[in-house]
Ligand binder design. Sequence first.
Ligand code: C2E
Ligand code: MG
Ligand code: MG
Ligand code: MG
Length: 289
Amino acid sequence: YEAKTQHHSVEEYKASDNKYSVVRLSLMTELRNAIENQQLNLFYQPKIDIKTGRISSVECLVRWQHPEHGFIFPDDFIPLAEQTGNIRYLTKWAIETALIQQQRLLNLGFNLKMAVNISTVDLIDLNLPPYVAQLLAKYDIKPQMLTLEVTESSIMSDPENAITALSMLKNMGINLSIDDFGTGYSSMEQLKRTPVNELKIDKSFVLELANSPDDIIIVKSITNLAHNLGLSIVAEGVENILSLQKLAELEVETAQGYFISKPLPATDLEQWLTANKGIFEVELEHNDE
Ligand code: C2E
Ligand code: MG
Ligand code: MG
Ligand code: MG
């Protein structure tokens, strides 16, 4: 176990894209301990209602502060956790941590929805819906105030089971969102049968929105489709005012991205909300065509 004695930075780790690397194998077995040893942390990124600027929701994004490898981003361990099935523990931890934080925010005067990411493996875990119901009761949170985000590609990897699990969660009153929409090849037929409340447009279509006629057409079509199906739209990856302006013109309801705020640790989020009174103030041009 040479790797144990060496110091691997996140960059080095990312570079070694060999699935048999010692680092990868040890991360797979360490994740469960990491939860118990409180090495995992949620960061929180605000989502705004574009019309009013009000923060309506926050997305919870996991980070791993590893004692040897340093700060590890989710793209570097979520896929491993999915392979080993350990993601089920991570998801349960994330939902409970999110609800505890939501209660704290409520006590500070901020009534925000919490959005937690779940994966394909969670959708076939029949314990998840009753577990979530129990947590909502324990922390006295209305199911409408919890959003679960599931990627389009994870739904498409097993549509039948996904639709069954999502129906159970939807019937409990939980908000459901299809994440990274536009990258997972769902058919119109599939979309019609999937019980969700919102589509979250992938950041690849949003980052350069104002300067890309193709992206504008894509976002416009997804938005029309969603609205015709009675779904609302969230755009992720809003990095500049031009994207936000365009999204406002296209009648997208909700925006999230670095232009508004990066994902923040809990205490920074609380300070940010308090300083901004829960509103993101920005002057958008009115365009009366
Ligand atoms: P996602 O759910 O699509 O989350 C959005 C990602 O985009 C986050 O990356 C966020 O930090 C990043 N982002 C937000 N605004 C901007 C922006 O303006 N520009 C750019 N370039 N990026 C932006 P992050 O935190 O590294 O998470 C990556 C993915 O890992 C997430 O994508 C999600 O699929 C997964 N993930 C994160 N936390 C969890 C978790 O607790 N459970 C599960 N199952 N998956 C998670
Ligand atoms: Mg997400
Ligand atoms: Mg996404
Ligand atoms: Mg993503």
